[in-house]
Design a protein around this ligand. Structure first.
Ligand code: FAD
Ligand code: MLT
Ligand code: ZN
Length: 494
């Protein structure tokens, strides 16, 4: 990629404008007028995986929607490129600058504004951390309808912008259903006030949906209204081992049938993923023996005894039928957390051990794990498996949200290595396209997959996306198309 020189270079004059606008020292981190901020800018420039790196010289931390509006208007007028940043936990390189874009970091907009204890509607700033919102809701007997491993750092604005799926989509559905309203700022500074609190509102196009999952390409989300469900009084978790992916599918089918309304998560882990977690945490495995596959089932209901009886009966039944080989039920809150750690801890373990090529994909359920096997065979054939400098791949593993047909294929390597990447791409995307899957199930396109969008979307769809981009951000479309042949998907607002 080459920087488009039609975008302006930052000058001390620009920086002065932002200093006057935002005032407070902590709101402007400036490496333009002096080099002293280089270290302070470092976290804004590199992503969670340490794979993507930009060179921003300025990070702005607005404290209100009006400030976001003024920043964007000024950048639009002066042709300064920007990138919105939430908790910077995204896994496709969308939250960091590609070149020298100004980072607009949303962390200071972190107020919980309103909560209606009868309807369950929550109004928050975009910069509220997911876990903070969930703790607030727990005290009121409610739950945030999204949960994921990065909850301690990711922000609600970032979650909406990526349309994050997470661990309980199976139960609470997608954010496209649970977000009732949005306030956002367009690239020219226009504030869109659609902070609706109504469950139903069929008055024309539902514009807010475009902001959910568009990764900051058409504007910055500043507030949101979320429909939150009642928190279940009882939670139970089981972890079990199975001999094949065929059996995993049977177990899923049985779980839906036998646990029906109390089933709140059905997650998949293969043996390779659990080995990595063991290597990093040194924790004792939940089961004595090793199995090719493991599943984690969570139930959420209103009666703990009743639910655990149901789960126990389910486990006995699937073991009797030979679907499951061994299993364990958490007995208390600590054990629930520990079992979840074997699933939620995989991402962290992967990053601990070096680098990972991450593929977050949707595949029709029957064929889902075949991708891991085919990729492993391909990497092996290319002589890259071995965990040595010459053969840098440690493992090819699969885990994910079985309940949503969402696989996380990960290739764990000593370091990012072009030889590995060449073997993986476009092979994986072609494999998925042949089976009508999606190259991005829940993490988005970011910079990682932008050029591969054509594997999952038709030319007609991409054309419509370009038109929408042109409508919301007219000037940058024409400017950026030159280096984004399929779709301008970087947050560069002229
Ligand atoms: P960032 O990473 O800061 O940004 C993500 C994108 O949104 C970027 O394109 C950015 O420009 C844009 N953006 C951020 N804030 C705004 C805003 N206010 N307005 C407009 N655009 C904005 N994802 C899942 O879907 N499911 C999971 O289970 C899951 N688990 C994870 C576990 C771990 C350990 C990690 C590190 C990540 C995980 N993710 C998961 C990926 C990630 O998408 C989510 O963590 C989260 O949704 C990103 O939120 P964030 O605030 O960190 O956004
Ligand atoms: C997960 O489900 O654990 C996340 O999406 C993160 C990942 O893909 O590693
Ligand atoms: Zn996931």
């Amino acid at each position: 990629l080459k920087r488009d020189e039609r975008f302006s270079q930052l000058t001390p004059e620009h920086v002065n404008y932002f200093r006057e606008l935002l005032g407070k020292e902590s709101a402007v981190i400036d490496g333009v007028s002096s080099d002293s901020a280089a270290d302070d800018l470092e976290p804004f420039n590199s992503d969670w995986m340490r794979k993507y790196r930009g060179h921003c010289k300025l990070a702005l931390r607005p404290g209100s929607t009006e400030e976001v509006s003024k920043i964007l208007k000024y950048c639009n007028d002066k042709k300064l490129a920007v990138v919105p940043q939430g908790g910077n936990t995204g896994l496709v390189g969308g939250s960091v600058p590609v070149f020298d874009e100004i980072v607009i970091s949303m962390g200071r907009m972190n107020q919980i504004h309103e909560f209606d204890e009868v309807s369950g509607t929550l109004v928050v700033d975009a910069g509220v951390i997911l876990e903070t919102a969930d703790h607030f809701l727990a005290e009121k007997g409610y739950i945030f309808p999204l949960d994921l491993g990065a909850k301690g750092s990711c922000q609600i604005g970032g979650n909406l912008s990526t349309n994050a799926g997470g661990l309980r989509l199976l139960r609470y559905g997608s954010l496209h259903g649970t977000v009732l309203g949005i306030e956002a700022v367009l690239p020219d500074g226009t504030i869109i006030d659609d902070l609706c609190k109504l469950r139903k509102n069929n008055t024309g196009y539902d514009i807010k949906q475009l902001f959910i999952g568009s990764e900051g390409t058409i504007g910055i989300i500043t507030k949101a209204t979320i429909q939150c469900p009642q928190r279940s009084k009882a939670q139970n978790v089981a972890y079990f081992g199975l001999e094949s992916f065929e059996k995993v599918q049977q177990a899923f089918r049985e779980a839906k049938g036998q646990l029906s309304e109390i089933l709140s998560a059905f997650e998949l882990m293969d043996e390779g993923s659990q080995t990595l977690v063991t290597d990093v945490t040194k924790n004792r495995r939940p089961l004595d023996d090793k199995y090719p596959f493991y599943c984690l089932i969570e139930t959420s209901g209103s009666n703990s005894d009743h639910d655990s009886e149901k789960l126990q009966a389910f486990l006995e039944d699937v073991m009797e039928k030979g679907i499951v080989l061994d299993g364990t039920l958490a007995q208390d809150e600590t054990q629930i957390k520990a079992l979840w750690g074997w699933r939620e801890g995989i991402t962290e373990a992967l990053s601990h051990l070096g680098s990972a090529y991450k593929y977050d994909v949707s595949i029709p359920l029957k064929q889902m794990y075949q991708l891991v096997e085919d990729t492993r065979a391909r990497v092996d054939e290319a002589g890259l498996l071995g965990d040595t400098d010459e053969h840098p791949v440690r493992a090819v593993i699969g885990y994910g949200h079985m309940g949503d047909s969402n696989l996380h294929l990960n290739v764990s390597t000593r370091r990012y290595d072009e030889r590995v990447e060449k073997v993986l791409e476009p092979f994986i995307y072609e494999w998925i396209a042949e089976r009508q899957g999606s190259i991005s199930a829940e993490h988005g396109l970011g910079i990682a997959k932008k050029k591969y969008i054509g594997y999952s979307r038709s030319a007609t769809m991409i054309g419509l996306m370009k038109q929408i981009k042109g409508l919301y951000d007219p000037v940058s479309l024409s400017l950026v198309v030159a280096w984004a042949p399929l779709l301008k998907h970087t947050k560069v607002h002229n």
